[in-house]
Design a protein around this ligand. Structure first.
Ligand code: G
Ligand code: G
Ligand code: MN
Ligand code: NA
Length: 251
């Protein structure tokens, strides 16, 4: 496991960096925030995507310190953006399971950066909801009591049932890109996206469509009632240094 050894060293050598991808309101086109996406600048392999190392980081017990680093870095960057632009941070289920420790880490990242809690969104995946539901609910309430918002990521790919949506207080549902990709070729994807958007609205939650790559998809998603979009149509994930330029160009 060469990557595992490298990963331990990487943390000490500051080889991680955050990229940011914009979230755009489908009606009106306003840029509302950015999702932070971690990258590993490996000295030999180049830019390593999170899919190749997050699971290893979880296995070797590195995900909690790494997750704290992401929170601090994302909040610090976002504090230098305009006040109406939010930042979204992905949480590993291991981080979420740490409960009170997570709330502590979030509180610290907010106070160290000076970022108001209302500008932070935390993204969790459905796998988190499978665990002890009383504890999961308590953690969600604890996080939201800080004033931040919580999104359910990759919706539709895991084991989520509709009852989860009623039971757990999410602010936003991120519809997985697999549904967006086949929007024009498969009528069932259209029906699913419409149903999720309707349900979310009924429950007082916003919706984000992920993986928006074409104008046709964007128009269809807007018609179906999705609130926001994210994808290559708007921008690929960009280095932190490019965020302010992107905000400026977008206006
Ligand atoms: O662009 P992309 O390759 O960045 O992201 C792939 C996956 O990695 C996504 O599922 C995303 O949620 C996850 N991911 C990206 N950044 C982070 C992070 O900082 N922490 C965790 N736990 N997952 C992340
Ligand atoms: O957290 P999450 O699993 O949603 O991570 C988003 C992932 O989707 C990242 O790997 C990101 O690079 C990728 N992504 C973002 N926009 C697009 C897009 O328009 N098309 C495709 N194929 N992937 C995208
Ligand atoms: Mn995400
Ligand atoms: Na996602």
């Amino acid at each position: 496991r060469a990557l595992e050894l490298d990963l331990r060293i990487a943390f000490r050598n500051n080889e991680f960096e955050l990229f940011f991808q914009p979230l755009v309101q489908l009606a009106g086109g306003r840029l509302s925030g950015f999702e932070a996406l971690i990258r590993w600048r490996h000295p030999g392999r180049g830019l390593v995507p999170p899919g190749d190392f997050i699971t290893i980081a979880e296995e070797i017990g590195l995900i909690l310190p790494l997750g704290e680093w992401v929170l601090h870095e994302a909040c610090r960057e976002a504090a230098s953006w305009p006040d109406d632009i939010k930042v979204a941070v992905n949480l590993s289920s291991e981080q979420f399971k740490s409960g009170a420790a997570l709330a502590g880490a979030v509180t610290e990242a907010l106070s160290a950066s000076g970022l108001p809690a209302r500008r932070l969104e935390l993204e969790i995946t459905e796998s988190v909801l499978l665990a002890e539901s009383a504890e999961t609910l308590a953690t969600l309430h604890q996080l939201r009591a800080l004033g931040l918002s919580v999104s359910l990521d990759d919706f539709g790919t895991g084991y989520s049932s509709l009852s989860y949506l009623r039971k757990f207080p999410f602010d936003k549902i991120k519809i997985d890109q697999s549904f967006v990709r086949e929007l024009s070729t498969r009528s069932d994807c259209t029906a699913i996206v419409r149903a999720v958007a309707d349900l979310a609205r009924t429950l007082g939650m916003a919706t984000v469509a992920e993986g928006v790559e074409t104008l046709d998809q964007m128009h269809a998603l807007r018609e179906l009632g999705c609130v926001e979009g994210q994808g290559y149509l708007f921008s690929r994930p960009v280095p932190a240094a490019d965020v302010l330029g992107l905000i400026h160009d977008h206006q």
